[in-house]
Design a binder for this molecule. Structure first.
Ligand SMILES: Cc1ncc(COP(=O)(O)O)c(C=O)c1O
Length: 404
């Protein structure tokens, strides 16, 4: 009966939803919950969520704001104090001057920034170039907006960076947007300044909007230090780039749902028009707390980045010590994307095997696009102890399998 009813409801559903699936990451998390409720010890390598609490001074600023009576609607663009802090932070990260009154919108997470950008710029049939493997959200948002996602394969041998040539090859008269995610999810790939310059050239030549998701920009392990390079900094790109960023990762505020867009005043007006009809604004007291986070003491961000660097070393060295496994150097974010294809098992079967038999929860690479088949995503946003225990379990599990 339940299934019949489900199909009857689906027949009533909007056709655009047929192109959208439930997230493969969510499916793993549901299975983990079930196993844990049965008393199994599971190592959480599946979620891209930090294991830290939100810094105390940010929580205190939220309480203060509530006590001050900040309980009413905020402006659609966001409260001035937060927009100012975002403009200053973006200028510090990218070297580009940003006007807080016309170029910033505070969004309900980076997610809303992506969805609003797609809704504001896509007509049915417009194409969006998405390097693959990638965070599945872009593809779904493109479909919801009526556009056509076009996956552009990236390779382990290129550290999963997308090349200007591979982008240029896939451009058609319908191509409107190029997505750049650097540092990337699920691979930890960081596009170098030279790569970004080559991509920018193609974007200008073909009049593309670039959505540059920089949510991991501060979790960067490059030798030059600082934040990961941004395409927004390249001359000619500030006019056509929508920078997406947020508080979920660097400040451990994923449950607060706080992100932002930075773009030219003209692009921002388009986003604002759309945004008035999505979530209207982020809760006012959260915005005041976030402003305190961005403009106050940044040592908690540095501590997080140092912790991720330590975990990354354990994971990368650990993976490289397991026979049959290779891994591209992740230069940012908190993911590693090991190649497990020598075990001749689909990535989904491998993820099931590791979870069912060894209590090790990782996500099949295929969840992030066809180009992710043969890989697993490991989120090392867990304790160093769980990084070590996970590597031990993985080594044990893989030693039991034949290799081709
Ligand atoms: C590349 C990327 N962008 C955005 C997000 C989501 O950000 P938010 O929590 O701000 O919506 C994620 C979450 O995993 C991500 O990996």
């Amino acid at each position: 009966m339940h299934e019949e009813h489900q199909s009857a409801i689906e027949a009533l559903g909007a056709q655009r939803l047929n192109k959208v699936s439930f997230s493969g990451i969510r499916k793993v998390s549901e299975k983990v919950r079930k196993l844990e409720s049965e008393g199994r010890d599971v190592i959480h390598w599946q979620i891209g969520r930090t294991d830290f609490d939100t810094p105390e001074h940010i929580k205190a600023a939220a309480v203060e704001s509530l006590n001050r009576g900040d309980v009413h609607y905020a402006p659609n663009r966001g409260v001035p104090a937060l927009r100012k802090a975002i403009a200053e932070r973006t200028q510090q990260d990218t070297g580009v001057a940003v006007a807080e009154e016309s170029q910033v919108i505070v969004m309900t997470g980076a997610n809303e920034g992506v969805l609003v950008s797609m809704l504001a710029f896509l007509d049915p049939g417009d194409e969006v170039l998405i390097p693959s493997p990638n965070w599945p959200h872009y593809k779904a948002c493109v479909s919801i907006a009526g556009g056509t996602p076009v996956e552009v394969e990236t390779k382990e041998k290129d550290q999963f960076g997308v090349t200007a040539e591979s982008i240029a090859e896939r451009i058609t008269p319908r191509t409107k947007i190029l997505c750049v995610t650097s540092p990337g999810n699920p691979t930890g790939c960081v596009q170098s300044k030279e790569d970004l310059e080559a991509l920018a050239k193609v974007a200008v030549e073909h009049n593309l909007i670039v959505i540059s998701d920089e949510i991991y920009n501060r979790i960067y392990f490059g030798e030059d230090g600082g934040t990961a390079p941004s395409i927004f900094s390249i001359p000619g790109m500030a006019e056509r780039t929508i920078v997406i960023n947020g508080f979920s990762k660097a400040y451990s505020m994923d449950g607060w749902r706080l992100g932002w867009t930075v773009a030219s005043p003209e692009v921002t007006l388009m986003l604002l028009k759309m945004r008035q009809y999505t979530t209207v604004c982020v809760s006012t007291f959260s915005q005041h707390a976030a402003a305190a986070g961005l403009s106050g003491d940044q040592s908690s961000v540095d501590e997080r980045v140092a912790a991720f660097a330590e975990r990354r070393t354990i994971i990368v060295e650990g993976l490289r010590s397991i026979p049959g496994v290779s891994v591209a150097e992740p230069l940012g974010a908190f993911y590693a994307f090991p190649n497990i294809s020598s075990f001749g098992m689909s990535s989904e079967k491998m993820a099931d095997y590791l979870l069912d038999e060894y209590g090790l929860a990782a996500v099949a690479g295929s969840v992030f696009g066809a180009a992710g088949e043969g890989f697993l995503r490991i989120a090392y946003s867990c304790s160093t102890d769980d990084c070590r225990r996970g590597i031990e379990r993985l080594g044990e599990a893989l030693a039991k399998l034949p290799r081709s």
